[in-house]
Design a protein around this ligand. Structure first.
Ligand code: GLC
Ligand code: CA
Length: 570
């Protein structure tokens, strides 16, 4: 899309979904691949360019599929490998791509590799996992699932040794020092790419290797493996497959996962991932809105190093996990808990397990504002299923299951998600008066021209028509009114093909506060230019050398295309 095909991801709109939660085709209470195929027309209508599927591999489901028991097939609950092939075909025929989640830091303890590994020290698989007699090794590695785990080591009576795990104690970490493990992981990657998959969202990549005297995160050895993986993927499949990193780290550490700018001390620069999530930005978007101050957003983006031109950030408001506060200071974290998780049930580990709409108390204005900011920042936006209609959550379900309830399609039984008896569903639908499927569903919002769903679709279309948002540079303005976030997106002619559609210069203004605000902007560099408000295609007064005045309603926003006099760009 307007970028060379190998850079398609730079301007794609992503949609994250658990197959289990989307649509149940065979009526057993569990969403499945055929159900997803049935709903591809909806996703195409919405304007989605690429799906990101949560893990669908056979799994005991003790971490919702992030505990994989077999890397090479589909869990029978979701269908067959044949269904998966058909999903790829059907998505591709609609111009949509598909990324799959792949977890290679660890496996389920039910994986045959682990079962053999623990069975005997003589097993050829013994060294596929990280065993030790001493559970005090690697003391500087933090525990991630703080609510359920006390240590990264668990005793295994069968093996008569401790095994290493960064997540649940049923998710033993693979031993990447073993070349057979590295090769096995690569083979899994090739297996799915050979089927026609467009790429992977790679889970938990900072934790692949362990070294004494370190916190066992972002190690040079990890970067070296990821570079080798990328090299193989490029060599075998050309450039259009995409690897997206889940590395919940500070910006200066995350950018190393793009590889090219110098991976890590001691590792030569070479490409790693095409994309990485911007984790630290996400909580700061929520913080800024609650504090009515632009500073958290400007600060974190100013601290974010530039990334290579052929890479992209993945930007999101919410996902399938808790709203993580790991990349926050203690003070910021306390603030976020106080503001957004007053009920202790809303907390999980170091985060807040709630969906977008309930976090902002179902404020349509805030939902729009946050999406407008997200969709106009440098990166590719990722929408979490259900957030396009403002779905609610269920904090009485355990772990992160409260944000993984069935998709709400219409007012029929089970919200149109499944024909099964309600008690057979993998999880109950949301029932409360504000967020129940009777009140919040796709069919209803599809028919209502003023719905959030139709607004989201307009936003996605605007984004598609203006590739500047994925390709242009960003510069913040510093108006005296701190409640208004203002930035310029620019695409110099030299950096963009002449036939690139859409705006070459965009001014974004976002009122982060609940009250109306006036703001004066110094736009003297643009004297003579005309702002066109992009949602309504309305011309505003031309810019002059005197301060440009704007007023914005509560949580109001503008996207202005700035047109130079005579319409000619330099
Ligand atoms: C990632 C996933 C999360 C999972 C964890 C362990 O953080 O997003 O859902 O529990 O990895 O695999
Ligand atoms: Ca089913």
């Amino acid at each position: 899309m307007n970028a060379p095909d190998s850079l398609w991801f730079k301007n794609a709109v992503f949609y994250e979904l658990p197959v289990r939660a989307f649509y149940d085709w065979n009526g057993d209470g569990i969403g499945d691949l055929r159900g997803l195929i049935d709903k591809l027309d909806y996703l195409q209508w919405l304007g989605v360019d690429c799906l990101w599927l949560l893990p669908f591999y056979p799994s005991p489901l003790r971490d919702d599929g992030y505990d994989i028991a077999d890397f090479r097939s589909v869990d029978p609950d979701y269908g067959t490998l044949e269904d998966f092939r058909e999903l790829l075909d059907e998505a591709h025929s609609r111009g949509m791509r598909v990324l799959a989640d792949l977890v290679f830091n660890h496996t389920s303890d039910q994986h045959p590799w682990f079962q053999q590994s623990r069975s005997s020290p003589a097993s050829p698989f013994r060294d596929w996992y990280v065993w030790s007699d001493d559970p005090r090794r690697f003391p500087d590695a933090r525990v991630i699932f703080t609510d359920s785990e006390v240590s990264n080591w668990t005793w295994d009576p069968a093996a008569n040794a401790y095994f290493w795990h960064r997540f649940y104690s049923h998710q033993p970490d693979l031993n990447f020092d073993n070349s057979a493990v590295r090769q096995a992981v690569m083979d899994v990657v090739f297996y799915w790419l050979d089927l026609g998959l467009d790429g992977f969202r790679c889970d938990a990549v900072p934790y692949l290797f362990e070294r004494d005297g370190t916190n066992c995160e972002n190690l040079p050895e990890t970067h070296a493996f990821l570079q080798a993986l990328r090299r193989e993927v490029d060599a075998r499949y050309g450039g259009a497959r995409v690897l997206l990193a889940e590395a919940n780290q500070w910006p200066s550490d995350v950018v190393r996962y793009f590889g090219q700018t110098g991976a890590a001390p001691g590792v030569a620069a070479a490409p790693e991932f095409h994309m990485a999530f911007h984790f630290p930005l996400m909580p700061r978007l929520f913080m800024a809105v609650r504090q009515e101050a632009r500073r958290p957003i400007v600060d974190i983006l100013t601290q974010t190093p530039a990334i290579p031109d052929n890479c992209q950030w993945g930007l999101f408001l919410r996902n399938h996990d808790e709203l993580t506060l790991e990349m926050c200071t203690d003070e910021e974290r306390d603030y976020m808990y106080y503001e957004y998780a007053r009920d202790p049930r809303m907390k999980l580990n170091i985060g807040i397990r709630r969906r977008l709409a309930p976090i902002v108390e179902n404020s349509r204005r805030e939902i729009e504002l946050m999406n407008v900011v997200l969709f106009s920042m440098p990166g590719a936006p990722i929408v979490y299923y259900g957030d396009e209609i403002g779905m609610g959550d269920n904090i009485y379900l355990s772990d992160r299951n409260g944000v993984r309830t069935p998709m709400q399609w219409n007012v029929d039984r089970n919200g149109g998600f499944s024909k099964a008896p309600p008690e057979r569903l993998y999880a109950p639908l949301i029932q409360n008066p504000i967020y129940s499927f009777q009140a919040v569903n796709i069919e209803r919002q599809f028919q209502d021209p003023n719905s959030l769903l139709n607004w989201m679709r307009t936003l996605i279309q605007l984004r598609h028509r203006n590739p500047i948002f994925g390709l242009g540079a960003i510069a913040f303005l510093a108006p005296a009114n701190e409640r208004v976030l203002v930035y310029l997106r620019r695409l110099p002619k030299s950096a963009a093909p002449a036939d690139l559609p859409g705006a070459r210069c965009v001014l974004v203004a976002a009122n982060l506060s609940r009250s109306s605000q006036a703001v004066e902007l110094d736009l003297s560099n643009f004297a003579g230019w005309t702002p066109h408000e992009m949602f309504g295609e309305v011309a505003f007064p031309a810019v002059t050398t005197t301060p440009y005045q704007l007023t914005l309603g509560p949580y109001g926003y503008f996207w202005f295309r700035l047109d130079p006099p005579g319409g000619q760009f330099e």
